[in-house]
Ligand binder design. Structure first.
Ligand code: 5RP
Length: 228
């Protein structure tokens, strides 16, 4: 029997659809950001009449949800969420993640913190033994960026302000992103705790405190469920 092969886009569609099983009817669902989550949002439209709505982690996801007729609530309107569905740039075998490739990490961490369960949806290229190969996004107050880049240099990381159209990219929160290469994050909990305390850091893209409890991983053999 031959093994089915899927494109990366098909894998994203598969995991986006598979995530529907975690959505609780009658409730508000937490929704992340990115190309994989877009597939989930498209799938969610098929059960929009069974849910109250969504809390979204970015302007982009809010617009997509609303275009499909899914009501979007502000995070301040809910006390907690049963589940948050989001992608990742990297996920390790304990459910720790690097996120923020789409610059939405701060709102993603806020919605994840409101949620009882984080379900990560990703294709198998995202599964790593050690976090750090993907450039680590850090959202910063603009005046702190040079100092934060120096602090990463002291731990052998090379930081750069993310640019868009020749200007620093401005996040949904009006801040900048520093992307850091060259890191090997062997202790994600300690790393997140340390960097989060640096003055000017709004959010570090390591999700160790808000780690995933489940990962729906798109593989050449179909969707594999990892539980942490
Ligand atoms: C956005 C994120 C995304 O979840 C992450 O970048 C993965 O995106 P994609 O599904 O497009 O690969 O953290 O800030």
């Amino acid at each position: 029997m031959s093994t089915p092969t899927f494109t990366q886009d098909e894998l994203k569609t598969l995991v986006g659809q598979a995530a529907l099983q975690y959505v609780v009817p009658g409730e508000v669902v937490g929704v992340g950001t990115g190309s994989t989550v877009n597939k989930f949002i498209d799938a969610l439209a098929s059960m929009k009449d069974q849910i109250k709505g969504a809390v979204s982690s970015s302007v982009a996801s809010t617009e997509r949800l609303q275009a499909l007729g899914i009501p979007v609530f502000d995070a301040t309107e809910v006390q907690s969420l049963s589940v948050y569905i989001d992608g990742a740039d990297e996920i390790d075998h304990q459910g720790h993640m690097v996120k923020g490739g789409g610059a939405a990490l701060t709102r993603e961490k806020i919605v994840a913190a409101l949620s009882k369960k984080f379900v990560c949806i990703a294709d198998e290229s995202k599964l790593v033994d050690t976090l750090g190969a993907f450039p680590l996004p850090v959202e910063v107050i603009p005046m702190s960026s040079a100092q934060i880049i120096r602090q990463f240099a002291a731990m052998s990381g090379a930081g750069k302000v993310r640019m868009k159209d020749g200007q620093p990219l401005v996040t949904d929160n009006g801040q900048h992103i520093v992307d850091v290469t060259g890191l090997k994050i062997t202790d994600p909990v300690a790393f997140e705790a340390t960097v989060s305390q640096w003055p000017g850091v709004v959010t570090v893209g390591v999700f160790a405190y808000q780690k995933a409890q489940v990962c729906l991983l798109g593989t050449s053999a179909g969707v594999k469920t990892l539980e942490f």
